[in-house]
Design a binder for this molecule. Structure first.
Ligand code: BGC
Length: 797
């Protein structure tokens, strides 16, 4: 486990099995399968799940007497299920074996991150000393995104006879992976049809209820030694039973899945294509070779190498990021699901988390970043409809979205502590639009992709700017514009104490980022080629008066302050102080303080207590100088002293109820060389591997925190900023990560390697027939250097 490329578990512990399943998920950006035990269908311990990017289904449920609609990422039929038992010559058949069997003697799970191969080894031995070794090896093909395969090897010790093996294609699955959602309708698949095609291929089709996507799975099961199958098709699946000789030589079963749908392009009959693909898929070893070769190319492009345990965790994070969003994603119309393709938490929805994911992709997989931005651009009409429905103009991206881009935030959510269903006002988090605009801007700046910026990028950013200008209302008493009735990133505060209407006013993060978007909108209008500007302004009916208003709003949005710090929102400083020590003493873990207080009959709205970084998000998005400049444009003085006080103030009042919280605080403190920076970075690193939010990782990884930690090392510690002037670096060393290296893409240069050592940094530009141009490196103080292709250059810092 020490080579930095292996993740594993040496014991079977039913209580952590869901965590293992999530962290051992295999995927290729098109679909993913949880790392569940092949022996087990869903039960209290095990939860197999296969999810296809962008495959959502809408169902209506009745909860607390209300009808609620939910669109869910659909759990697809389980292709991995494999049951087996021993049939000794000299006795009755044994029981069907699973890791839960009393005869289990050894168990380990190994995830090879380099090759994307999951293996699970089990050894059973009964009271009479009869042993069975079972080794499963699984891949979800990174090269051919419609294939996956699983090989199982059996070997008997101390007995002879047969192993009875049932290879199952199980369509009787539902969405039942999240306990909190158990009252919601989870049967998304209907019209199952199953049977067999020639060549040992089992087939199953079904469709989602709405919008009725046809899903076809074909599974070829091949055994060695070859044995005929006894085949049965049930209403929702198929079973193929084999009798394999058990003895000193091992017997092998290989299941190969081909997964096709009616959404595939080019369009073809999904079932026929799946059956053909499964029948002609290469043998397992050959598939592993081509699969690992694809992974090798990904690692070359995405490499990050940090010594020690932090490096191993970072690699796991990157592995899961690339399994959720890979070059295959660039061919699909999908967003960045907050919990990966690894589970059903948050129903597979897309939030603002791409804000933490895109910076990495911009630097390593720009075509994937671009495709995520195009997903947003295609949903511009839906975002306009959300704005219109709220009486606004421009585009208001929904807080949660899935397939269509309409608002998918639930109307009610369950507090598991109190058992009460409560109104969910998180859809008032309009700041998600600024994240989309920021991503457009950062992508264009990093990659220099002006084609995108001037086309889809401009349209997206300008429509978000327009929304903010419309949402801001002039308050003559203050001589400022205000944005009222919103919810900030903190999420806890969704209303003033005792108020009848939801929302809080003048969230500092929302207002400051709105001003930033408006200013970038104005810049963009200035830089567009004349013809494009004229065309866009005509298409968007953007007249001079509206542009003049943007200018005005961008300079006069209100940002509240109190006691010398930036307030989270208007009136935040007047809320009660929470007895943090008292609550910690009473409850231990108070990350979900909102639930604790609600269960006590109180509400977090009364207190200065935040779930996660809110105001401090400004320090994540902007370097201190950029932030001070933004505030200066708004007519406020923000300097090191005020910002430090602001950081300290809010940090003391945050419960870190989201994995994004420690990440952002780690980032902000690292930039400030704050003493506690590492503590927060470490917590962000441990977020999923140690499941610090108490059971949430088993429901899906936290993609934003995973991607954000990699980016924290690459951009945070180096202060790296790719832009038109070159690669700017301004390191803020973190003693705990003194040395590391990574590769990135910059302009026409691919595979640019950055090496960081204490006090030194090197940039190597590979020789490339594509570009003879040197790469410009800008060090603090605007010291500019160039690195020629084929050369490496060291810089003292
Ligand atoms: C956080 C949000 C985040 C969402 C999805 C929530 O717990 O508060 O900021 O977007 O999870 O990851």
């Amino acid at each position: 486990m020490s080579d930095g490329w292996t993740w594993g578990y040496d014991r079977y512990e039913p209580r952590r099995e869901r965590l293992v399943e999530a962290l051992c998920t295999l995927g290729n950006g098109r679909f993913a399968t949880r790392g569940s035990a092949p022996e087990c269908a869903a039960d209290a311990t095990h939860y197999p799940g296969t999810y296809l990017a962008g495959c959502y289904d809408r169902l209506t449920s009745v909860v607390a007497g209300a009808r609620v609609e939910n669109e869910d990422l659909v759990n697809l039929p389980d292709w991995t299920l494999l049951r087996y038992r021993c049939l000794p010559d000299d006795g009755p058949p044994g029981a069907w074996l699973t890791p839960d069997a009393p005869d289990l003697r050894h168990y380990d799970v190994r995830l090879d991150l380099r090759g994307g191969v999951l293996s699970r080894r089990l050894y059973y031995e009964d009271a009479r000393g009869r042993g069975l070794r079972v080794v499963h090896t699984r891949i979800v093909h990174m090269g051919d995104a419609r294939l996956a395969a699983q090989r199982t090897r059996f070997r008997a010790y101390g007995w002879s006879g047969a192993v009875e093996v049932r290879s199952v294609l199980d369509g009787a699955v539902t969405n039942a992976g999240v306990e909190r959602y158990r009252n919601l309708e989870g049967r998304h698949l209907v019209d199952h049809r199953s049977g067999f095609a020639p060549g040992g291929v089992a087939r199953l089709t079904c469709r989602t209820t709405d919008p009725g996507l046809l899903i076809a799975l074909a599974v070829r099961t091949a055994t060695r030694p070859a044995r005929p199958a006894y085949e049965t098709a049930t209403r929702t699946g198929t079973v193929q039973t084999f009798l394999l000789p058990a003895g000193r030589r091992s017997a092998t079963v290989v299941k190969t899945l081909a997964l096709h749908t009616s959404a595939d392009r080019p369009a073809a009959d999904p079932l026929a294509t799946a059956c053909e693909a499964a029948a002609r898929a290469p043998a397992f070893d050959r598939q592993v070779l081509t699969h690992t070769a694809s992974w090798r190319r990904l690692w070359e492009q995405g490499e990050i190498d940090v010594p020690g345990e932090a490096g191993r965790i970072l690699r796991l994070h990157l592995f899961h990021l690339l399994q959720t969003l890979s070059p295959h994603t660039a061919e699909l119309d999908v967003g960045a699901p907050a919990r990966g393709l690894h589970g059903e938490a948050y129903r597979g929805h897309v939030f603002w988390d791409e804000l933490f994911v895109l910076p990495y992709l911009d630097l390593h997989f720009p075509e994937v970043a671009r495709s995520l931005l195009l997903y947003r651009h295609r949903r511009l009409p839906a975002a306009r409809a959300v704005a219109r429905a709220a009486g606004g103009v421009g585009a208001r991206y929904p807080w949660q979205s899935a397939s269509s881009g309409r608002e998918e935030t639930q109307a009610l959510h369950l507090n598991p502590r109190s058992g009460r269903w409560l109104p969910d006002h998180s859809r008032l988090q309009c700041h998600v639009g600024s994240a989309v605009a920021y991503n457009v801007w950062r992508y264009a700046r990093t990659t220099g992709d002006r084609g995108f910026l001037h086309a889809e990028g401009a349209e997206t950013l300008l429509e978000v700017a327009r929304f903010w200008a419309g949402a801001a209302h002039y308050d003559p008493e203050r001589g400022r514009y205000r944005i009222r009735g919103v919810v900030g990133p903190d999420e806890y505060h969704d209303a003033y104490p005792g108020a009848t209407a939801p929302g809080i006013d003048d969230n500092a993060y929302t207002n400051a980022t709105a001003a930033w978007v408006l200013a970038r909108g104005l810049d963009l209008l200035g830089e567009l080629p004349d013809a494009r500007r004229a065309e866009l302004r005509e298409r968007l009916s953007l007249d001079d008066a509206e542009v003049a208003r943007w200018e005005d709003v961008s300079r006069r949005l209100y940002v509240p302050f109190h006691r010398g710090v930036v307030s989270q929102f208007e009136g935040y400083g007047e809320l009660l102080e929470l007895d943090w020590e008292g609550y910690r003493g009473r409850y231990g873990d108070i990350r979900r303080l909102d639930r604790i207080l609600e269960a006590e009959g109180d509400t977090v709205n009364r207190y200065q207590a935040s779930k996660q970084a809110d105001t401090l998000m400004l320090g994540y998005l902007f370097r201190p100088e950029e932030l001070y400049e933004l505030f200066a444009r708004l007519g406020y003085r923000l300097d090191d002293e005020v910002w430090r006080a602001t950081v300290a103030y809010h940090l003391r009042r945050t419960s870190h109820g989201s994995t994004l919280s420690s990440l952002v605080h780690g980032w902000v403190l690292a930039r400030q060389k704050g003493a506690d920076a590492w503590r927060y970075c470490e917590e962000a690193l441990l977020a999923d591997v140690a499941d610090i939010q108490g059971g949430t990782t088993g429901e899906g990884i936290h993609l934003g925190a995973m991607a954000g930690t990699i980016d924290l090392v690459e951009r945070g510690i180096t202060g790296l900023e790719a832009g038109p002037e070159g690669l700017r670096v301004a390191p803020v060393p973190l003693a705990e990560i003194p040395r590391f290296r990574f590769t990135l893409c910059f302009g026409a240069h691919r595979g640019v390697r950055v090496r960081v050592l204490p006090g030194r940094l090197a940039v190597r530009v590979p020789a490339s027939p594509g570009s003879q141009d040197p790469l410009t490196v800008v060090l603090p103080g605007d010291r500019t250097y160039t690195v020629a292709p084929g050369r490496e250059r060291w810089f003292r810092l």
